[in-house]
Write a protein that binds this ligand. Structure first.
Ligand code: GLC
Length: 626
């Protein structure tokens, strides 16, 4: 009989029982707080004892290379806050067919200066009801088409040899309806029904619906699904085939922690906690960001620090800043290591559409005033839609109403406004609230697709200029920049999803197209669109890596330019100062700044004063004080 992965690893460790004083001292450090929080939620001694026992086994199963890396990272806890960190996210099949394919493309990733890859969901899921892999049917099995757990372990080891960190999604809010727990629950097994939210009639679901907003109002309205065979409602905040887990049940918490540690032991460096604000439900609330969610994330952080201290937690909190920041926890009781800078991302596109940097400057001032321990992931777009979560209180003062402004942005990025060159599609347009989100690749939203269609060379230069300027600006923000795979060669929207019945209703697939390796062959051809984008991005990456003012611990602030379309950002670290100026308009402009001293343009090497700087349409400067 074929051995399962776990059996094999356990056997290996039994042969070489490792004296592990580190585990004991890590457990000691966190035990009291962990126990306190566990009891607060579950008041269950035996389940807590079971948890501690299993932590020890997962620690024993961790291989030597990972343990060495844990120890190294514990000794240099800021290892991930350096200026050379650059991420890239991609779907394995789209990028390189399967896990082995990714392993064979590591040289390309190195060429991209990428040292952190986010492998989009790759665990077992059922085609046709997978939500891009976010409906997990088995947390310990890789999708057959992509490979095996052994392939994953081999990939992470190969990445580590090249200094590349690997991130994966941990979808802990729900399982797929095809997960074995869900199958048993559907058959009426009470033990498993209690791991989800089951209701025999609609009385309680109706009470929930009164206060809980909808995630997918058009593609999956409501928060419950009726199961005719089980004669029960089940809670499904996302798609009907994604069943919300009930974390009030300590069995759910324990088992999900074991899954987390199992995955960490495959060599994963960064665990992205999917949809984290949703994991605790209480009747009469919005079921978002409840205090118990923070208790769980805090426990998860401690569990990670006890078993696999080299592993980072990245929280997915796609909400307004006041809701996001608490997921960092406090300095004494940290929760996530990193969070997405989502409001900045949305505000960036608002700025592209309006050519007015005021709101973005205000948003950056807020982010820049936060403690430097808070590390953000910066991105221009990801695999999800762009939701227009902007500071409407401020926009209102400028006469921009929420509904009309969202309408404007959606019209703009669909290419309807006269001065727009963008291409893309709406996502979950809600006829009731008038709300809609947006989907498109960076290049398509910058005008590359339209210029390509119209064979307009001048428009293409402008579009590439905007694309590069946005990346240059994103690299200047405090935190870790993450590219979406394909954006480095300016990949366009992919409309083929409409022909696939499993995808047609979900327009997010428009910006999740397969990597075009034919196009990627042109990265050295400076006359091609791909070569231009890749080459200029590469230069930015090299500059960022070479300049210590880009470390996360640097001071970062905005500088008034006295021009509504020009954003200026300063960075300072250990005597080195860099200022970045970014032109969000299609006109040449002057930044009326007066920074003392002599400066050098980091892109061209030329000397330049940082005083009344003329800056071309969609241009930018990185100026370093000499
Ligand atoms: C996260 C993912 C998104 C998915 C959802 C449900 O928000 O980014 O793609 O649909 O979780 O798991």
């Amino acid at each position: 009989m074929k051995k399962t992965k776990t059996e094999k690893t356990v056997k290996k460790t039994r042969e070489t029982p490792a004296a592990e004083p580190a585990f004991e001292s890590r457990l000691q450090r966190h035990h009291d707080e962990l126990r306190w929080l566990y009891m607060e939620l579950y008041d269950n001694d035996s389940m807590f004892a079971e948890l501690c026992g299993r932590l020890k086994s997962f620690s024993d199963e961790r291989n030597q290379a990972l343990r060495r890396s844990d120890a190294k990272r514990e000794a240099a806890p800021d290892w991930y806050k350096q200026n050379d960190m650059l991420g890239m996210m991609f779907y394995i099949d789209n990028f390189a067919g399967n896990m082995k394919g990714v392993e064979s493309r590591l040289n390309y990733l190195e060429k991209c200066n990428v040292n952190y890859i986010h492998l989009m969901p790759f665990l077992d899921t059922v085609e046709g009801r997978s939500d891009g892999g976010y409906a997990v049917a088995d947390f310990r099995k890789v999708q057959e088409a992509l490979g095996t757990m052994e392939d994953l372990e081999s990939l992470t080891a190969a990445c580590h040899k090249k200094g590349i960190n690997v991130c994966m999604d941990f979808v802990m809010n729900h399982t797929s309806q095809d997960h074995e727990w869900a199958k048993k629950a559907r058959q009426g097994d009470g033990e498993y029904m209690s791991r989800y939210f089951f209701f025999a009639d609609d009385e309680i679901p109706r009470q929930y619906e009164a206060t809980v907003p909808q995630v997918f109002p058009t593609t999956a309205p409501g928060n419950f699904t009726w199961l005719p065979d089980a004669q029960h409602f089940v809670m499904t905040s996302f798609y009907p085939y994604q069943w919300d887990l009930n974390y009030k049940n300590p069995r759910v918490f324990n088992e999900m922690m074991y899954n987390f540690l199992f995955l960490a032991n495959q060599g994963i460096d960064i665990i992205r906690i999917d949809a984290v604000p949703y994991i605790w439900k209480e009747l009469g609330t919005q079921c978002r960001n409840l205090s118990q969610v923070h208790t769980i994330v805090r426990m998860m952080r401690m569990i990670g620090e006890i078993v696999c201290p080299g592993v980072l937690l990245l929280g997915e909190v796609v909400m307004e800043p006041e809701k996001v920041v608490p997921y960092f926890g406090t300095v004494e009781k940290p929760e996530c290591h990193m969070l997405y800078n989502v409001t900045t991302m949305a505000t960036t596109w608002h700025t592209v559409a309006t050519r007015d940097v005021k709101l973005l400057k205000k948003q950056l001032d807020i982010v820049n005033s936060l403690p430097k321990d808070y590390l953000f992931l910066n991105y221009l777009r990801c695999h999800d839609d762009i939701g227009w979560g902007l500071d409407y209180g401020t926009l209102m003062l400028e006469g921009m109403g929420e509904r009309s402004h969202k309408q404007y942005l959606n019209d703009y990025f669909q290419g309807y406004a006269g001065d727009s060159n963008s291409r893309g599609e709406l996502y979950n347009a809600d006829p009731v609230t008038g709300d809609a989100r947006f989907c498109g690749t960076t290049a398509s939203m910058c005008g590359v697709e339209k210029a390509d269609e119209e064979k307009d060379k001048q428009a293409m230069e402008k579009a590439i200029g905007l694309d590069i300027m946005l990346h240059a600006y994103m690299f200047m923000l405090s935190g870790i920049p993450v590219l979406y795979g394909g954006d480095e060669i300016g990949q366009l929207n992919d409309y083929s999803y409409k022909e696939n019945p499993n995808k047609a209703a979900d327009s997010r697939y428009i910006h999740r197209g397969a990597m075009d390796w034919k196009k990627a062959e042109k990265i050295s051809d400076e006359d091609s669109v791909e070569g231009k984008i890749f080459g200029r991005l590469r230069r930015l990456e090299q500059v960022r890596k070479a300049e210590k003012a880009f470390v996360a611990a640097a001071d970062t602030w905005t500088i008034e330019t006295w021009d509504s379309s020009l954003l200026c950002i300063g960075r300072y670290f250990e005597g080195e100062k860099i200022i970045g100026i970014f032109n969000f308009s299609e006109f040449d402009k002057t930044a009326w700044i007066k920074e003392e001293g002599e400066y050098r343009d980091l892109m061209t090497g030329e000397d330049r004063k940082a005083v009344d700087v003329s800056i071309p349409a969609y241009g930018f400067y990185y100026l370093k004080r000499k």
